[in-house]
Ligand binder design. Structure first.
Ligand code: PLP
Length: 383
């Protein structure tokens, strides 16, 4: 019987305790595991390599993404760094989106400046620019769709095929969508990346990252590096993450529904310049999103009319939305990418990526949608 994603998420790791039959799996903090006899380790031997709590999360997320295996790391950036370290040598090239997550942009840029590999940032929705980048025969092509913060959507299936044709591996950062709304392995990806800090955990109380693999050999090779470097997640955080995953499907569906209402409200408001959300026909890649995604997600961004000097006034009057980094939690957050998430990019690079100084990004939470809209409405009245 193939289970639905909501069921897989709720039931991850349940009833696996053989000693007491506890329904919820225990937290296993032990760093060491006894050998059964000389030269006979058990499933786990030392916790840098793996531990029972972490393994349950890996199995659950691998199943959710339709992969064969997964590696849980201590944050999203360490998952992406692990990929770089294990796959790329100084003669290799990575092709990444010009508007990728600010932290990924900074990582690729700084490591390439040290000569650890070459990076080409490209607008992947531009067929000519992408083709030119692929002529460099990259080892790895990173895709992020929808992008951050403009929610541009690219055709994962098409880019994956073109990347495979030049011998590249394809990794998709699926943080914004979660497997509930998009399953990149079905679209041709070899690796799925998540900042599990965001929707997978959903409660903004731990950092974690995960890599999910289509192929076991690649997973085994990269796991060797994970143990070599030491990228693991603690048992306690793994336990919390598994707990958060149980409500993933319910959370994502309600948050996405709330987001749709917020989008409609902003669209019709005279003080709003433009709204970015994959549900809008004006959004780059809207037609692709309709086919590629099972929903349009709960992230959106918008620009206020007039000059950026008005931003602090608007933000000051919000009572529910918190001005904070991050996304994907049950609480609604608002962020100013130019000074927050994307401050690691130069003003020039931000301009190329379309991140203006008057852009605001919202992660819509689980609060009542009427309260969220009333909060925005009230703050907009002060402009
Ligand atoms: C947050 C985020 C990351 C980095 O994850 P951390 O857990 O903060 O290290 C990577 N990619 C995307 C799309 C993100 O939103």
């Amino acid at each position: 019987m193939t289970k639905k994603l909501g069921t897989i998420a709720v039931r991850g790791g349940l009833n696996t305790d053989t000693q007491y039959g506890s329904v919820v799996p225990p937290i296993t903090p032990s760093t060491s595991y006894g050998f059964t006899e000389f030269a006979k380790p058990r499933q786990f031997d030392y916790a840098r390599k793996s531990n029972p709590s972490r393994r349950l999360v890996e199995e659950t997320v691998a199943e959710l993404e339709g992969g064969v295996d997964a590696i849980l790391t201590n944050c999203g950036m360490s998952a992406i760094h692990l990929l770089c370290v294990s796959l790329l040598t100084p003669k290799d090239t990575i092709v990444a989106p010009h508007d990728c997550y600010g932290g990924s942009y900074r990582l690729f840029n700084s490591l390439s400046q040290r000569g650890q590999f070459n990076v080409i940032f490209v607008d992947q929705s531009d067929p000519k620019a992408l083709a030119d980048a692929l002529m460099h025969k990259p080892k790895l092509v990173l895709i992020e769709s929808p992008s951050n913060p403009l929610l541009r959507v690219v055709n994962i299936q098409l880019i994956a095929k073109q990347a495979h044709d030049v011998g590249a591996l394809v990794a998709v950062d699926n943080t914004f969508m979660t497997p509930i709304l998009q399953r990149p392995i079905e679209l041709g990806a070899d690796i799925v990346i998540h900042s599990a800090t965001k929707y997978l955990n959903g409660h903004s109380d731990l950092l974690a990252g995960i890599l999910v693999f289509k192929d076991q050999q690649l997973a085994t090779d990269i796991n060797w590096w994970a143990n070599n470097i030491g990228t693991l997640t603690s048992s306690f955080d793994s336990y919390l993450l598994l707990r958060g995953l149980r409500t993933l499907s319910a959370r994502v569906n309600i948050q996405q529904d709330n987001a749709q209402h917020v989008v409609q409200f902003l669209l019709n408001h005279p003080k709003i310049n433009c709204v970015y959300h994959p549900s809008l026909p004006t959004n780059q890649g809207h037609d692709i999103a309709r086919k590629q995604q099972k929903g349009f997600g709960a992230m959106l961004s918008f620009e206020l009319k007039g000059d950026a000097a008005k931003l602090p006034v608007f933000l000051k009057h919000l009572k529910i939305f918190t001005l904070a980094q991050s996304l994907g939690g049950v609480e609604s957050l608002i962020c100013h990418p130019a000074t927050m998430t994307h401050s690691g990019m130069s003003a020039e690079a931000r301009k190329v990526a379309g991140v203006s100084d008057s852009l605001l990004r919202i992660s819509v939470g689980l609060e009542d949608k009427d309260d969220l809209i009333a909060d925005l409405d009230h703050a907009l009245q002060h402009l």
